[in-house]
Ligand binder design. Structure first.
Ligand SMILES: [Zn+2]
Length: 214
């Protein structure tokens, strides 16, 4: 999960309170989020939905509020229930800096922790991310397992590129990593922390650790 830079202006359909699922809303969210789900950072993966950061059931007045809307995949949308109304707002906070995001491969789980003092928002964000990546119960459902394996395969492949570059810092290996750090690439929240974990990586690729700078 990373920061999202959204257009300042609300789409017309919201201003006129027509609907939050009109094309202008969807198109703007897709563009602002580079086609990625704001929670899991997968791209054009499953059917996407317009999601209310603060749920409609608890915050009906925010139903047409542009700043409250995000583009989400159906997997994340189904897991982010009204009990997660208080997660970090990725349009206002640098989530990729506030939440450390990594994989514990031997124990087949993703690990999230806060880099600052815990707040209600960071705790809720870690809880939803854990549900997405590690499942709601101790044993993952088939869908949760598929999700985990996809994310793990992407991060493993990035980790291999990093190892290749550390062994042979050729231009070709360097470009492969730069490509993976582009704003349109998946799972940047995890990739950034891999780069930040090693001073050689940080020296060469630090300038590519930028989030959605609009
Ligand atoms: Zn998602």
């Amino acid at each position: 999960m990373i920061r999202v830079y959204k257009h300042n202006e609300a789409p017309n359909s919201l201003l006129r309170h027509i609907s939050w699922t009109e094309e202008d809303v969807i198109n703007r969210l897709q563009a602002d989020q580079h086609g990625k789900c704001y929670l899991c950072e997968r791209i054009r993966f499953t059917d996407f939905q317009v999601e209310h950061l603060k749920s409609r059931s608890n915050f009906p007045a925010l139903a047409y509020e542009w700043s409250n809307l995000f583009w989400s995949c159906s997997y994340c949308n189904a897991k982010k229930l009204a009990s997660f109304d208080n997660i970090l707002n990725p349009a206002q906070q640098n989530v990729e800096e506030l939440i450390h995001q990594s994989f514990d491969f031997p124990n087949t789980k993703a690990i999230f922790s806060t880099t600052a003092e815990s707040t209600e928002q960071s705790t809720a964000t870690i809880k939803i991310l854990e549900r997405l990546f590690n499942g709601t119960n101790r044993i993952r459902t088939i869908r949760e397992q598929r999700f985990y394996e996809y994310a793990m395969s992407k991060i493993t492949s990035f980790q291999n590129m990093v190892t290749d570059w550390l062994n042979d810092s050729s231009k070709e290996n360097e470009h492969a990593i730069i490509e993976e750090l582009s704003v349109t690439s998946e799972f940047l929240g995890f990739k950034y922390w891999i780069i930040k974990s090693n001073e050689h990586l940080l020296m060469t690729f630090g300038k590519y650790i930028i989030w959605n700078k609009g």
